[in-house]
Design a protein around this ligand. Structure first.
Ligand code: ADP
Length: 543
């Protein structure tokens, strides 16, 4: 027997309708690529999102068509999220920091019909245009007055002109909630990028799950500034969960330096923000150098890479900001876990509470997790055993766009994250490594991340990376690669001594190499594939 409740599909366009109806006056503030600050409300955004939908229909865009965006966080990009998905087309956000050949690959693989591009990215698109096979129009995200001169882009359209004469009264269609809504390619640290294709249903369930109190805990009183870009897993879902609860949104545009972000925090009274560790480093440096304080910010979500301990304590002690350490991936929409202490943890000694906060956190309802050994056998949730982390749930992928890479699922429906982790009895998951980065020494696993974190605590170290290198007896042994702070001195022996009371003796690196810079991916993670390439012919002194 079925229940007798209404089967209304969960659709992304309902979010902007809800926000406009019940939070119509709530503001969306954007620092524009044009340089100024733009402000309007959810009510205004709804009309313009409908105009975008009408413009797309008039250009012949149909359900299922992919529409690319190369844009920073701003109100036009926000309108596209709803205008594109709301007609049943697919909003394909592209990371402009990718290598040009990756952008070409992604646009062609997705078969993007249109490309919406922020004005400062138009020159790069102009160069790549001859290689795009399916793009019919580029749309410059500006008005005529701000269009860069001398562009040679055939069939170029201008966003404000495209929507100017549209009525803005579009009736959003209702369709199956499993319809594809958006597409995001993983950064592809190995091989070609692969597309993760979200649906309306997965996006909406992810928005519900991420707004929960122990996840991101958003409300109509929140003022949310996503530093995490809208091309990085949909800004971790904030452009959806924000309107779901009626939060004020503040979009920082292309400038993510400490000064620009700090200014917006203060002028817009931001309470909640989210981003990767590198941007917070820049913000903290700026505030320290200029003796600034934060007057309204309460929560900073740190994810994408592990939150360094010093960052968590500095935010708390100097600025009164609670860091919410979070973990996820493109394949998970992205939220997997968020770290909120439970009541019993609040009375822990400071160092134990910090140790807890360094874990990646607990999953909200909707994410199932387990850890398994090499043979696929489930390991205990005792906080000690570590193994491959598998996940399942309604906002987790079951396969990549166009079947790339085959069926990724294991064990009857579990997605292998590629992370190695522990899970403790309270449900807190802690990443110990990426499966491909873990160092296999004499049949035992050494966590490259633990070693990096330990080395990062040395005052002379700007950044540390650890890779496994071949060893005749042990298979692999750790090599520590260090980028020193400007003017700072530290030797190999000093570093190994510094680590000796922080990690097991057999984990100590066999050698330390100093470099001028550590390479990063387009999303700010250490590019270990490059390091392994750079140190391909390197021989350990112990080998
Ligand atoms: P990529 O395409 O580089 O995989 P994602 O943004 O999907 O891009 O990255 C997901 C991966 O990032 C995770 O599998 C995990 O290894 C890493 N990651 C994300 N958040 C954290 C975190 N808080 N701590 C450690 N690693 C993290």
């Amino acid at each position: 027997m079925f229940g007798l409740m209404q089967d209304r599909p969960l659709l992304i366009q309902q979010l902007i309708e809800h926000a406009a109806q019940y939070h119509g006056d709530t503001e969306i503030v954007s620092r524009r690529v044009e340089g100024d600050i733009h402000r309007y409300t959810y009510r205004d955004a709804r009309v313009r999102a409908k105009k975008v939908a009408e413009a797309l229909v008039s250009l012949g865009i149909k359900t299922g068509d992919r529409i690319g965006t190369l844009a920073w966080n701003g109100y036009r990009h926000f309108e596209l999220y709803f205008g594109i998905s709301g007609i049943g087309a697919v909003c394909h956000t592209i990371n402009p920091r990718l290598f040009p050949e990756q952008i070409v690959y992604i646009v062609n693989h997705a078969e993007d019909q249109l490309l919406f591009v922020d004005i400062n990215l138009l020159p790069a698109v102009e160069k790549l245009l001859p290689e795009f096979k399916t793009v019919k129009h580029v749309v410059a995200m500006c008005d005529r007055a701000h269009l860069p001169k001398d562009l040679k882009i055939p069939n170029l359209l201008v966003y404000e002109e495209l929507i100017a004469d549209k009525p803005g009264t579009y009736e959003w269609p209702e369709f199956d909630e499993r319809t594809a809504s958006s597409l995001c390619y993983t950064s592809g640290t190995t091989g070609n990028p692969k597309g993760v294709l979200y649906s309306h249903r997965s996006t909406m369930l992810h928005a519900y799950g991420s707004a929960l109190p122990d996840t991101l805990g958003l409300s109509a009183r929140s003022v949310v500034l996503p530093v995490v870009p809208m091309f990085h897993v949909n800004a971790w879902g904030l452009p959806y969960s924000g309107p779901m609860v009626g939060a004020k949104l503040v979009f920082p545009g292309p400038h993510l330096d400490g000064k620009s972000v700090y200014e917006l925090f203060e002028t817009e009274k931001v309470t909640f923000t989210a981003g990767v560790p590198t941007v917070w480093l820049a913000l903290l440096n700026h505030m320290q150098a200029n003796k600034l304080k934060l007057s309204t910010l309460k929560y900073a979500v740190i994810g994408g890479s592990a939150a360094p301990p010093a960052m968590i304590t500095t935010f708390a002690k100097e600025y009164g900001v609670e860091v919410l350490h979070a973990w996820g991936m493109s394949e998970m929409s992205p939220l997997g876990t968020v770290n909120h202490p439970k009541e019993k943890h609040l009375s822990l000694p400071e160092d134990e509470l910090l140790a807890l906060r360094l874990k990646q956190g607990r999953p909200p309802f909707g994410v199932d997790m387990k850890i398994v050994d090499d043979a696929g056998k489930a390991l205990p949730h005792d906080g000690k055993a570590f193994g491959d982390l598998l996940v399942r749930g309604p906002w987790i992928t079951r396969g990549y766009f166009k079947g790339e890479g085959g069926d990724p699922l294991k064990d009857g429906g579990w997605f292998p994250t590629g992370d190695v982790a522990t899970i403790d009895p309270d449900g807190y998951m802690q990443i110990t490594d990426r499966s491909k980065d873990v160092i296999k020494s004499g049949g035992e696993w050494i966590s490259s991340i633990d070693l990096e974190n330990a080395a990062m605590a040395h005052p002379a170290v700007a950044e540390a990376a650890v890779i496994g290198v071949a060893h005749p007896k042990w298979d692999e042994r750790p090599l520590l690669i260090i980028h020193r702070k400007p003017g700072a001195e530290v030797t190999k022996d000093e570093l190994v001594k510094f680590l000796s009371d922080k990690v097991a003796k057999w984990w100590l690196p066999d050698d330390v190499q100093f470099v001028d810079a550590i390479p990063h991916t387009a999303t700010g993670k250490i590019l270990k594939t490059r390091l392994r390439e750079d140190f391909k012919n390197y021989k350990l002194p112990t080998a």
